[in-house]
Design a protein around this ligand. Structure first.
Ligand code: 13P
Length: 327
């Protein structure tokens, strides 16, 4: 059997106390996805420099891309790097969209401090049973668990759904009490990926369903709620990508105003993956278009990393409100 590693020995924390503080403080903890060294360096640098707690988020696809052992050591390295920058920010290592009990168990045994079990596509009772099983296992190791009710449309690595289904507020109380989850992802109109809404030129995307969020909050007061699919799809990056040979017409995301409003409510975790991908792609395209003879990856990946740091600082400071909250 593979060696079992406890996240506490890696210097990581679970999300429980972070969410408690975020809900009472009216801000959200950022959950940034990463797959490689430069993304991780950027997340840690930006969060250390803004004194923000952070959730390092890994999808099943990222785990197979980067290698699970490598990822664990990268997370350890991230903790050390933050300390050496003189910053004691709390760092969570979280599995995004765990698709089975086995995947969650394997992550818990390899040092994750938090896992998501996504049974949202299953019939309600099966979602309850699967989530309950993961919670029972995870809580033995003091690992926190995120569940999901309602389905988000869009594509996120292996998770694909054509249509969204809003969360039914009348289910949330029963789900939370039967499963024992620590946080709940809900569907209020966001979707995964860079093409979140179909809007005509000059039209605004539809607002999120804050009425559903308010109904959920009423039924489970103070309980941590998670928002997936929360990239803004920064238009500056989409324009750079299209200008330098890319093809991303019609890419659109959630406005920062909507995210600020969500962060001030019981939404205490906001998931951001696509914006990071866009920043990296835009800067690499720009760099190589302007300097076609360059072949040192440190040059174009360095430019991408620098942009990612800028983006993450902006999100922490001006959108999620997590800057200065590391305790
Ligand atoms: P975005 O595609 O909007 O970045 O959402 C990411 C996400 O929800 C990860 O679970």
């Amino acid at each position: 059997m593979a060696e079992v590693v406890n996240y506490k020995d890696l210097g990581l924390v679970n999300s429980r106390e972070l969410f408690r503080q975020a809900v009472s403080g009216g801000y959200a903890i950022p959950a940034y996805n990463f797959n490689n060294l430069e993304q991780l360096q950027a997340i840690i640098t930006a969060c250390a420099e803004t004194s923000s707690p952070v959730i390092l988020q890994v999808s099943k696809g990222a785990r197979s891309y980067a290698n699970e052992t490598m990822l664990r050591f990268m997370a350890m390295g991230a903790v050390r790097m933050a300390r050496e920058m003189g910053s004691e920010i709390p760092i969570v290592l979280h599995l995004d969209h765990g698709d089975s009990f086995e995947t969650c168990k394997s992550c818990i045994e390899s040092g994750f401090s938090s896992v998501m079990i996504d049974g949202s596509h299953l019939p309600y009772e099966e979602n309850v049973a699967l989530t309950r099983k993961v919670v029972e296992y995870a809580h033995q190791y003091d690992v926190t668990v995120e569940g999901e009710l309602g389905v988000l449309a869009g594509i996120e690595d292996d998770v694909v759904a054509e249509h969204s289904t809003y969360t039914q507020p009348e289910e949330v109380e029963d789900f939370v009490s039967k499963t024992g989850v620590d946080s709940l992802a809900i569907s209020i109109g966001t979707s995964h990926g860079a093409f979140k809404f179909k809007v005509k030129e000059g039209e605004e995307p539809p607002p999120l369903r804050f009425d559903i969020l308010a109904e959920c909050e009423k039924r489970i007061p103070g309980f941590p709620i998670v928002l997936h699919g929360a990239s803004s799809v920064v238009q500056e990056y989409v324009e750079l990508i299209n200008k330098y040979g890319g093809k991303m017409e019609g890419a659109v995301g959630v406005s920062e105003d909507q995210l600020r409003r969500a962060a001030a409510s019981a939404v205490c975790k906001i998931n951001i993956d696509s914006d990071g991908r866009l920043a990296v792609t835009a800067k690499i395209r720009e760099y190589l278009a302007n300097d076609p003879g360059e072949f040192d990856p440190r040059k174009y990946l360095g430019a991408a990393r620098k942009e990612l740091i800028k983006l993450i600082k902006h999100k922490n400071e001006a959108v999620l409100g997590s800057a200065g909250r590391a305790k």
